[in-house]
Design a protein around this ligand. Structure first.
Ligand SMILES: [Zn+2]
Length: 283
């Protein structure tokens, strides 16, 4: 699947260049940490994940889709649909599946141990969008393979969705200033940086909302939508409320982070406030 890997890398570099340029010209918030240090850590994690995926199951979801089509497995293969409708429904259902996975990543302590690495970033920018612990990436891949088999998705749907998800994640974590009117229009359809930044707040009530990665509809429909951060977009603090020493976390610390005990009180807060009563939106 060399073509597939080149396609992924091409999309990654293109979006990285585009969003990083926008962050340079139109930054929204002041940086809290040195970008050189953060980029070293985040790009280090991203590179590690690429190597691990290439060595293991990187193309597994697409390969499963090829197999599923040959065998006629899955929900969407039970009905006759025009190809474009199956493609659109497939994209929607995959996005819903990723939303649900993200809700579980916050609700279940085992998954939160891995996912907290993503939330330990003290600033957000284009690199935060792909900064995940390698084990979380591997578990996500296994989950995605199961979803592809259950839904009976076409390989093209999976390939396009994976590229879309990567691009959407890099955009939604970007530190860019959009004109308020434009932001409001985009937010009706797609997660914007302002909407997703709320998910990275140190306040657990805000962290446990705005789970979407691509489309904003799931948070609105399922009662996990937060319109604005209580401390304001410019003043809100990003990161984990319990991780006092985040400034000192290097790449090795982040890799070991899931294996250290979770602070008791805060892990309970994470769970108790993930019950989805955060729908403060009135947009
Ligand atoms: Zn999260």
């Amino acid at each position: 699947m060399d073509g597939e890997a080149t396609f992924r890398l091409g999309i990654f570099l293109l979006v990285l260049l585009l969003v990083a340029s926008l962050e340079f010209w139109q930054p929204k918030r002041q940086w809290r940490e040195s970008r050189k240090k953060r980029w070293g850590i985040n790009l280090g994690l991203i590179a590690l994940n690429v190597v691990i995926q290439r060595a293991t199951l990187g193309a597994a979801a697409v390969l499963m889709a090829v197999h599923v089509q040959a065998e006629g497995w899955g929900l969407l293969n039970l009905v006759e649909l025009p190809w474009w409708l199956a493609f659109l429904i497939g994209l929607l259902l995959l996005d819903l599946a990723i939303y649900l996975q993200h809700v579980l990543a916050h609700a279940l302590p085992f998954f939160w141990r891995l996912h907290q690495v993503h939330h330990a970033d003290l600033d957000l920018d284009v690199t935060s969008g792909l900064r995940f612990h390698p084990l979380e990436i591997l578990l996500s891949l296994i989950y995605k393979v199961a979803v592809v088999a259950a839904l009976g998705l076409h390989p093209l749907t999976v390939l396009v969705f994976e590229a879309l998800l990567n691009a959407a994640s890099m955009f939604s974590h970007a530190n860019i200033r959009l004109k308020p009117r434009l932001e409001r229009v985009i937010r009706w359809f797609v997660i914007t940086p302002d909407m997703h930044r709320i998910h990275h707040s140190i306040h657990p009530r805000e962290t446990n909302s705005n789970y979407g990665f691509f489309l904003s509809i799931w948070d609105r429909l399922l009662g996990t939508y937060t319109q604005d951060p209580k401390d304001g977009h410019l003043k809100m603090t990003l990161g984990l409320d319990y991780q006092q020493m985040q400034e000192k976390l290097g790449l090795k610390d982040l890799l070991l982070m899931p294996f250290k005990p979770l602070p008791k009180a805060d892990s309970e807060t994470q769970q108790s406030s993930s019950q989805g009563s955060n729908s403060q939106g009135s947009q």
